[in-house]
Ligand binder design. Structure first.
Ligand code: HEM
Ligand SMILES: *[C@@H]1O[C@H](CO)[C@@H](O)[C@H](O)[C@H]1NC(C)=O
Ligand SMILES: *[C@@H]1O[C@H](CO)[C@@H](O)[C@H](O)[C@H]1NC(C)=O
Ligand SMILES: *[C@@H]1O[C@H](CO)[C@@H](O)[C@H](O)[C@H]1NC(C)=O
Length: 475
């Protein structure tokens, strides 16, 4: 017993010495160590990053360094200074942190990971002619899944019930999976619904995996779900007739050429499934809001699916949805000391080994100086009175280049942007034209945002809303 206490005390002392707080030099951003040794602000950060960082911004201003689980993270919240970060890929590294997450979430270490080659391939497959092919395929899958679900309801004139978020997520996930991974013919007749259900469980645990804060029983679940997903994805991208997209076949081919073993290939496929399955979460808002702004016109007449036809109202509504709900961290590792020039004229020293983090959600997206009443959804926020796209937004008298940043910006901005937008557009259009959809309880409150997901892409609701839907026969 005495030994135990003694060794505990010694351990704690050692820890305290090891983690003795660092001090700030004049030229560095304000430093906030928090009160808990080593952990620093980790708990508050993980619980609700938006709230925590807003509090720090009030305390320290637009740039500060916080201690988080042993790491020093410098947070920059001045949108006018983001470019200085996004354009420097020499001192600030994008792939390093991505690789840490790859290992934590997907247990994936690629022997000769070459992000440049991967990105080039992806850029090629998600643009131009390839993009049109993907868009057409996506539309076909969305249509047939909708038809399928309608046929499944035995009484076509009766209402069926579902939950709004689940309905959107499920439909977009399965259509995306079939489009990119080839689904049925390929994956040993794996029903996309099975993949969807496993994936939802995985998605629930993802943020905790990224932060390494899984409880033991959650860890068991996470590992077994991940294992099942690896199995389900195993055949994807193999062979010409696999039904997978050319991109996935190319990707798998690349892995094989690099000598990546079978097991690691499966893990890489799950990573790709995740990286291509981000749009679903927004749809819920887009759909709901869309009703209010399209109902004035006949929604059936809007050729949203035709990309040639401009859809400024839809574009603005989507932009607004993303402004409110896209909340990724943009993270870089400081791989060599750097002087950061802020737009306001001040210079700050960044230390090598620290992490740098932008959080565009707080500013520009929810910044009341840039967007009046930022909490409110205004579908026409990005429209001029004459119906054209509005691009003039200001902060401190300065016209902003980035007034909303759901796709990131600079060299590492989203490669799948056009595919994601097009998929959401098709989804909204098809649902509006094929289904009558209403809330079971018209008075139902919008569910709160799940605050533990700030920083991990698009936000999700806590809970869900019951809806009624039936095929639409009016036209
Ligand atoms: C609504 C849906 C989506 C949102 C909000 C979104 C957002 C983002 C953001 C913010 C980044 C930048 C990360 C950074 O700079 O640190 C990013 C990067 C990326 N996104 Fe997306 N994304 C979406 C959908 C997609 C889809 C459908 C694909 C693939 C088809 C995709 C592929 C990628 C890739 C490959 C990168 C990394 C780019 C690089 O390595 O430079 N995204 N995305
Ligand atoms: C479908 O439901 C409606 C209303 O409940 C009922 O009148 C109708 O007979 C049902 N039709 C079939 C084919 O079951
Ligand atoms: C397909 O599934 C069957 C039974 O579920 C299994 O025996 C077979 O090996 C699988 N084939 C492939 C290519 O995974
Ligand atoms: C919020 O998200 C976390 C992480 O994905 C998840 O574990 C938790 O169950 C979610 N909470 C609710 C109420 O949905």
């Amino acid at each position: 017993m005495v030994w135990l206490i003694l060794s505990l005390v010694a351990g704690i002392l050692l820890l305290l010495i090891l983690v003795s707080k660092r001090t700030r030099s004049e030229k560095e951003p304000p430093l906030d160590n928090g009160v808990i040794p080593w952990l620093g602000h980790a708990l508050e950060f993980g619980m609700d990053a938006a709230k925590f960082l807003t509090r720090m911004k009030v305390k320290h201003g637009d740039i500060f360094t916080v201690r988080v689980a042993g790491r020093y993270v410098t947070v920059l919240l001045d949108p006018c200074s983001y470019n200085a970060v996004l354009e420097d890929s020499v001192s600030l590294d994008f792939t390093c942190y991505a690789q840490i997450l790859m290992d934590r979430i997907f247990s994936l270490q690629l022997p000769c990971y070459n992000p440049v080659v991967e990105k080039k391939m992806m850029t090629q497959h998600f643009n131009g002619k390839s993009l049109s092919l993907l868009n057409n395929l996506m539309l076909r899958h969305l249509q047939s899944l909708l038809l399928q679900s309608q046929r499944a309801c035995h009484n076509q004139t009766d209402w069926n019930t579902d939950r709004l978020f689940n309905f959107c997520y499920s439909l977009l996930f399965r259509a995306g999976y079939l489009t990119l991974f080839g689904g049925e013919q390929n994956n040993n007749r794996t029903d996309p619904t099975d993949v969807y259900e496993e994936y939802r469980k995985f998605d629930q645990l993802l943020t905790k995996m990224a932060r390494s804060t899984l409880k033991p029983e959650e860890k068991r679940t996470a590992l077994s779900v991940r294992g099942r997903l690896w199995e389900l994805l195993a055949p994807a991208g193999l062979g010409e007739d696999s039904g997978s997209s050319p991109w996935l076949r190319n990707y798998r081919h690349l892995l094989q050429e690099e000598g990546v073993d079978e097991e690691t290939q499966r893990r890489a496929l799950l990573l790709q499934l995740w990286s291509t399955q981000t749009p679903e979460n927004i749809a819920m808002r887009a759909v709901r809001r869309e009703f209010s702004c399209f109902s004035e016109q006949d929604s059936a007449q809007l050729p949203l699916v035709d990309r040639q036809h401009p859809t400024p109202v839809f574009d603005s509504a989507l932009e607004e949805t993303l402004r409110l709900k896209a909340a990724p961290f943009i993270t870089r590792e400081v791989v060599q000391a750097k002087t950061l020039h802020m737009a306001g004229g001040r210079d700050y020293q960044l230390r090598r080994g620290d992490r740098l983090c932008l959080f565009p959600f707080i500013s520009p997206q929810m910044d009341p100086e840039i967007h009046q009443e930022p909490q409110k959804f205004k579908y026409n926020r990005f429209l001029n009175p004459d119906g054209s796209e509005k691009k003039d937004f200001f902060k401190g008298g300065r016209r902003l280049q980035c007034y909303t940043m759901p796709w990131g910006a600079g060299t590492n901005s989203c490669v799948g942007k056009h595919f994601a937008i097009s998929s959401i557009r098709q989804f909204v259009y098809l649902v509006l034209t094929h289904l009558d959809l209403e809330l079971c309880d018209p008075e139902a409150q919008m569910p709160k945002v799940n605050a533990s997901r700030y920083g991990f892409g698009v936000l999700q609701p806590e809970g869900d809303l019951d809806i009624r839907l039936k095929p639409r026969h009016s036209h």
